[in-house]
Write a protein that binds this ligand. Structure first.
Ligand SMILES: *Cc1c(COP(=O)(O)O)cnc(C)c1O
Length: 447
C-alpha cells in the first residue's frame, strides 16, 4: 500500500497527539515519519536514510529488522499471538522467566511481567508496600532522588524528581523523601565527582534510615539518572545504598529500564557494583526494541510474603490484559540468544573505549558545558556561556536545533532538553559510530 507522503503528514498533524511533544510547534514544523529500518538505519517516507543514534528511544539493541528476532515473532505467530496469564500460563513466558533468573544477579528468582518501564516500577512500588503489610507492618514512605525518572504513570511520577515533568501533578502524588541527585550534588567539572560529598550524601541517607521506621524502600535508577540528562552516580554509591538498606531492613528497588541489556557494558549495571537489589525493573531493551514488554524481578523472600491460603487474601491483586504476552516474550528470548550468538557484550568493549576517546573532543567546543558517560550511554550538555555555566533559555530549544541539523545530515537524534544524547544500538559498527559523532560534533560547532 503506497500512501502519498503529503497525506500522511497532514493526517499525522490532524489526528495524532504525540508523547512529550508541544503539538502547536509540532504542527508548524516538518517532522520525521519513519517507514522502514534495517540494522542501525531508518528510512523516512521520502526515502531519506538516517542512522538511529538513539536506538529508537533507547530500546533497540541488535538493529532493526534482525532476521532472528523477526523469525521468533513469525514462528510464535503461527502458534498463537496472545493467551492470558491470569491464573494460566504460556510457553514463551515460562521460558523467558527461567532465562531471566539465570542471567540476573543471583537471588532475583521471580519474574512479574508488564508492558512498559513505568509499569515495571509501579509494580515494584506496590509489591514493596504490600510486602510490609503482609508482614504486619504499616510502612508508607519511599526514599527517592531529586532528578529521578521512573516513567509517567502516577506511582512512577510520585517517585520521580524532574519538576518540569512531574511538578504539575504534585497534588495527586504520594509522599516521598527526596535526597539530592548525586551527580548534581557532587559535580566538580567535566564528569568529575567529589568523593567527600559522596560520603556526605551517604551519611544523610544513613541518618534518615536511622530516624524513620516507616520507610518502604529506597528507589533508584541504576547507575545513572538517564532522563535527567545522563547524570551518572559516583562509583560505589549503589553499593553503599545497598549496604545501608540491608542494615536498616529497608527494601531497595533498582530501575534498570534504561541501563539493562548491555547499555553500560555489562548485562545489568548493578553487576558492576556487585549488588543484588530486592527489586530490579527492566523494560526498553528487553525485546531488543521490538515489542512492549517489561518485568519486575524480585527475591524468594518478597515472593514468600505473599503466600497463604486463598481465604487469607494475601496475593498480589495486580495484572494487565497483556501480562506475559506470547509474541513479546518470544522475541525477548531471541534477543537474549542473540547476545550470546553475536557476542554483543564482548564486541561492545572496544566501542565503549572509542566513545570515551571521541567524547574528549567535545570538551573544547564553545557551547559544551559538560560531557558525561556511563558505558555506551553518553550526554553532551549545551550551554550558552561556558565560563559562567549559563544555560540557553528553555524556549530557545538549543538541543532540538542541533538535533535537527543532525537529521539533515542523516543522523536521527532526540535530545533531553539541551543535553545531546548518544544511545546507539549496541550492534553499531565503529564506522557508523564515527559518522554519528562527526555529525554531532559539526552540528554543535555550527551553533
Ligand atoms: C524510559 C524509562 C522508564 C519508563 O519506561 P516506559 O517504557 O517509557 O514506561 C522508567 N525508568 C527509566 C530509568 C527509564 O529510562
Amino acid at each position: 500500500m503506497n500512501i502519498d507522503p503529503g497525506a500522511l503528514e497532514r493526517w499525522d498533524k490532524e489526528h495524532f497527539w504525540h508523547p512529550f511533544t508541544q503539538m502547536k510547534v509540532y504542527r508548524e514544523e516538518e517532522n520525521l515519519i519513519f517507514e522502514k529500518g534495517e540494522g542501525v538505519y531508518l528510512w523516512d517516507i521520502n526515502g531519506k536514510k538516517y542512522i538511529d543514534a538513539i536506538s529508537s528511544l533507547w530500546c533497540n539493541v541488535h538493529g532493526h529488522n534482525h532476521p532472528k528476532l523477526n523469525r521468533a515473532i513469525e514462528e510464535q505467530l503461527k502458534k498463537v499471538a496472545h493467551t492470558t496469564t491470569l491464573g494460566s500460563s504460556n510457553v514463551p513466558a515460562i521460558l523467558l522467566a527461567k532465562k531471566l533468573t539465570e542471567i540476573a544477579p543471583q537471588g532475583l528468582t521471580k519474574v512479574f511481567y508488564s508492558e512498559d518501564g513505568a509499569e515495571a516500577v509501579e509494580i515494584a512500588l506496590k509489591m514493596a508496600y504490600h510486602y510490609w503489610r503482609n508482614r504486619g507492618e504499616e510502612r508508607r514512605v519511599f526514599i527517592t532522588l531529586s532528578e529521578a525518572y521512573h516513567g509517567d504513570t502516577i506511582g512512577a511520577v510520585s517517585v520521580g524528581g524532574i519538576d518540569l515533568f512531574h511538578g504539575t501533578y504534585r497534588d495527586l502524588l504520594f509522599e516521598t523523601i527526596r535526597l539530592p541527585s548525586p551527580y548534581l550534588y557532587c559535580k566538580k567539572e567535566f564528569g568529575e565527582l567529589s568523593q567527600t560529598c559522596l560520603a556526605d550524601l551517604v551519611m544523610r541517607l544513613q541518618e534518615l534510615l536511622r530516624a524513620r521506621r516507616d520507610v518502604v524502600a529506597v528507589v533508584l535508577e541504576s547507575g545513572i539518572q538517564a532522563a535527567a540528562g545522563m547524570l551518572p552516580y559516583p562509583k560505589g554509591f549503589t553499593k553503599e545504598v545497598r549496604e545501608l538498606t540491608r542494615k536498616h531492613e529497608v527494601l531497595l528497588i533498582l530501575d534498570e529500564v534504561a541501563t539493562g541489556f548491555g547499555r553500560t557494558g555489562t548485562m545489568f549495571y548493578c553487576e558492576q557494583e556487585g549488588v543484588t537489589p530486592d527489586f530490579m525493573c527492566l523494560g526498553k531493551g528487553l525485546t531488543g526494541g521490538y515489542l512492549p514488554l517489561a518485568v519486575t524481578m524480585t527475591t524468594d523472600e518478597v515472593f514468600e510474603a505473599f503466600l497463604g491460603e486463598f481465604g487469607e487474601a494475601k496475593h498480589f491483586y495486580h495484572g494487565h490484559t497483556y501480562t506475559g504476552n506470547n509474541l513479546a516474550c518470544s522475541v525477548a528470548l531471541a534477543n537474549l540468544e542473540v547476545f550470546e550468538e553475536e557476542e554483543t557484550l564482548e564486541k561492545l568493549k572496544a566501542k565503549i573505549e572509542l566513545l570515551t576517546e571521541r567524547l574528549k573532543e567535545f570538551r573544547d567546543l564553545e557551547h559544551v558545558g559538560d560531557v558525561r558517560q556511563l558505558g555506551f550511554m553518553a550526554g553532551i550538555e549545551l550551554v550558552k556561556d561556558k565560563k559562567r555555566g549559563e544555560p540557553f533559555p528553555y524556549g530557545e530549544r538549543a538541543g532540538f536545533r542541533v538535533a535537527r541539523r543532525c537529521w539533515e545530515r542523516g543522523v536521527f537524534m532526540r535530545p533531553l532538553g539541551d543535553v545531546m544524547v548518544l544511545m546507539m544500538p549496541l550492534v553499531i559498527s565503529e564506522e557508523d559510530m564515527n559518522r554519528v559523532i562527526d555529525v554531532l560534533f559539526e552540528s554543535i560547532k555550527l551553533m
